[in-house]
Write a protein that binds this ligand. Structure first.
Ligand SMILES: Nc1ncnc2c1ncn2[C@@H]1O[C@H](COP(=O)(O)OP(=O)(O)O)[C@@H](O)[C@H]1O
Ligand SMILES: C=C(OP(=O)(O)O)C(=O)O
Ligand SMILES: [Ca+2]
Ligand SMILES: [Mn+2]
Length: 587
């Protein structure tokens, strides 16, 4: 096929993606920046002074949509700086940008089309992240997004991949209106080579990101001006009313949580790294518990920081980049992340000096959730391709703001499953007045916001894989020690790293253990580089009665949360189910 023919096919494919479903034909698309190319369609001039207006069935057919297709980071920088308010180059070369009113995800505004197929397949109802919408309403929002995008002078189109496992790779297309979104996805998804792009063909999944344009609140099912709509049958997602880029990343993760289990592949909300000897560790945890920080380890190969698959062949990263939190980031404590913030990296919602362009990572004035999105190869010891053998250690991270969970516990398989299904962490209420108590959250599989099937489906797969490959489970508290939030202090990152080192090296497996009360956790009496007295949290609390009371309170929250799971079978036999039920707090 000639180059010209190939370009024509590519444009046809993009035009088909952007087609209105009622008008059926797609817009006229051309490649390139409209500011550079003066080729806008003209009204035909009749001879003399008569102007004959061109008759067309729809106004949209009079207009060209310029497509900026898989632009390079340099080109996207220029687009962002020229056209997007709040975009600047920082002193280290990153692109600082603002995500607008939304600086975090909006799980309450996520909708999933409930049709004959998804009705039976997906997890619906209490605790489920899947809030239903019907097909018709999806089409209304899709049309709204497509019309908005087609009304623009230009749109960005990214054709990329998900999943480093070549046999289970998914082709994704992201249509967006901002260079910020295009660069973010360039960094976060897997970047195709020039040859791979030539034969890209039809995408398996398409995102229409019309984030600057709100949804219509008079539309059925809409409860705000933000809507993130997933249609698994159509393989499409529509984003209206939020420009937070994480919505696209985590939206695609949800899609993988649906597609992969169909192929007997377990999708995981976890970081993943590998030692020199090929020992792989998974780091499960909710937002802020340390997946990105702890999987980025100078002594180990980084496979990925957030989303993985575990198949019969081993583990594979879903993404091509990392999305690190920047609040309080320091060069000393997190040198690899610090150094990754350079040319090509998207820096969201940070504050910087107007003149020197030095970023102040302590500044929370835009949001606490400041972020950096960079390609995984910006981490010096990234493992490319991002795949590895079966995990040896499965580390469950909890940021316990009550300060009663031990810094590390070795788990039985049943305990691992109990804690995996519970998915506990604590949200710290921030500095707002009146909110003094840390709030416990339980998010099944450490990622209830993204899973599509019932949690027990994923838990069953995890149990059988861990059993088959002899992986050991661990619970690591990266949260508070010496008291709850407010009186105690956050576990020192240096200590957590020592604990993680001891897990990786195998030393912790053969340490001496004792059992805690209430949670029945096995805790080591010694870990190299960590003061022994902090290993049992009771020692760190000045007020022992307060400790016991807090411990029982958290145990009660676990029990309450688990009630909805007691009638579900997990795994092949009832034996494991019974063991899991017995593996929770006992008092
Ligand atoms: N002991 C600790 N372990 C892990 N992270 C810690 C610890 N103490 C403080 N932190 C901070 O907590 C945050 C953890 O966030 P991150 O690694 O992005 O979590 P996730 O990727 O799971 O959302 C980082 O900002 C990190 O610097
Ligand atoms: C991007 C996210 O992931 P994390 O906080 O786990 O890094 C998110 O939850 O929006
Ligand atoms: Ca998360
Ligand atoms: Mn992360």
């Amino acid at each position: 096929m000639s180059e010209e023919e190939r370009h024509k096919q590519q444009l046809q494919s993009i035009s088909a993606s952007l087609a209105s479903l009622t008008r059926e034909t797609g817009p006229k698309v051309v490649r390139g920046d409209p500011a550079r190319r003066p080729e806008t369609p003209r009204v035909a001039h009749a001879p003399d002074h008569y102007i004959t207006p061109t008759f067309a069935a729809s106004d949209s057919s009079l207009k060209f949509t310029h497509v900026l297709y898989n632009l390079s980071p340099a080109e996207l920088y220029e687009q962002a700086i020229k056209y997007e308010k709040g975009s600047f180059i920082t002193s280290s070369g990153a692109l600082a940008t603002l995500s607008g009113a939304k600086t975090g995800r909006s799980p309450k505004d996520k909708r999933v089309v409930r049709d004959d197929v998804t009705e039976d397949e997906l997890w619906w109802g209490k605790g489920s992240p899947n809030i239903e919408m019907d097909e018709q309403t999806f089409l209304v929002n899709r049309e709204r997004a497509v019309d908005y995008l087609n009304s623009l002078e230009k749109v960005f189109v990214n054709d990329q991949f998900l999943n480093w496992d070549p046999e289970n790779r998914i082709k994704v297309r992201i249509v967006s209106a901002r260079a910020y979104h295009s660069l973010f996805m360039h960094n976060m998804c897997i970047r195709p080579s020039a040859e791979e792009l030539e034969s890209f063909g039809t995408p398996d999944f398409t995102i229409y990101n019309a984030g600057q344009f709100p949804c219509n609140r008079y539309t059925h099912y809409m409860t705000s001006s933000t809507s993130i709509d997933l249609n698994l049958g159509r393989r499409e997602m529509v984003i209206l009313g939020t420009q937070y880029a994480g919505e696209m990343k985590k939206g695609l993760f949800g899609v993988m949580h649906y597609l992969m289990p169909k192929r007997q592949i377990l999708s995981l909300h976890s970081g993943c790294n590998m030692g020199k000897d090929g020992d792989v560790a998974l780091f499960f945890g909710l937002s802020g518990t340390g997946k990105t920080t702890l999987s980025t380890d100078h002594n180990r190969y980084l496979i990925g920081d957030d989303e993985h698959c575990w198949s019969d062949k081993g583990v594979s990263n879903i993404e091509g980049g990392c999305y690190a939190k920047c609040i309080d980031l320091s060069r000393d404590k997190e040198p690899d992340i610090w150094n990754a913030i350079k040319f090509g990296t998207v820096l969201e919602n940070v504050v910087f000096d107007e003149h020197t362009r030095e970023v102040d990572y302590l500044d929370k004035s835009v949001t606490e959730n400041t972020r950096a999105a960079y390609p995984i190869e910006y981490i010096p010891n990234a493992k490319i391709p991002c795949v590895g053998p079966h995990p040896k250690n499965v580390i469950l991270l909890a940021c316990d703001a009550f300060g009663v969970l031990p810094p590390v516990s070795k788990l039985s398989l049943a305990q691992t499953m109990y804690h995996f299904i519970s998915g506990y962490t604590a949200l710290v209420a921030g500095t707002e007045e009146g909110v003094k108590e840390p709030r416990a959250t339980f998010s099944a599989c450490f990622g209830a916001a993204f899973i599509m099937l019932h949690p027990t489906k994923y838990a069953t797969m995890l149990a059988s894989k861990m059993e088959k490959h002899g992986a050991t489970g661990w619970l690591v508290n990266t949260g508070w020690s010496g008291g709850s939030y407010g009186s105690g202090s956050r576990m020192k990152l240096a200590y957590t790293r020592k604990i993680i080192d001891a897990i990786h090296s195998g030393k912790l497996l053969s340490a001496n253990y004792k059992k805690t009360e209430v949670f029945g956790l096995e805790i080591p009496t010694e870990v190299e580089g960590v003061p022994s007295e902090i290993l049992d949290p009771v020692n760190t609390w000045p007020n022992k009665a307060a400790y016991k009371e807090t411990l029982l309170k958290l145990g009660g929250l676990f029990k309450n949360n688990f009630e909805v799971f007691v009638n579900h079978k997990i795994g092949k036999d009832d034996k494991l189910t019974q063991e899991i039920l017995a593996a929770g707090p006992n008092f």
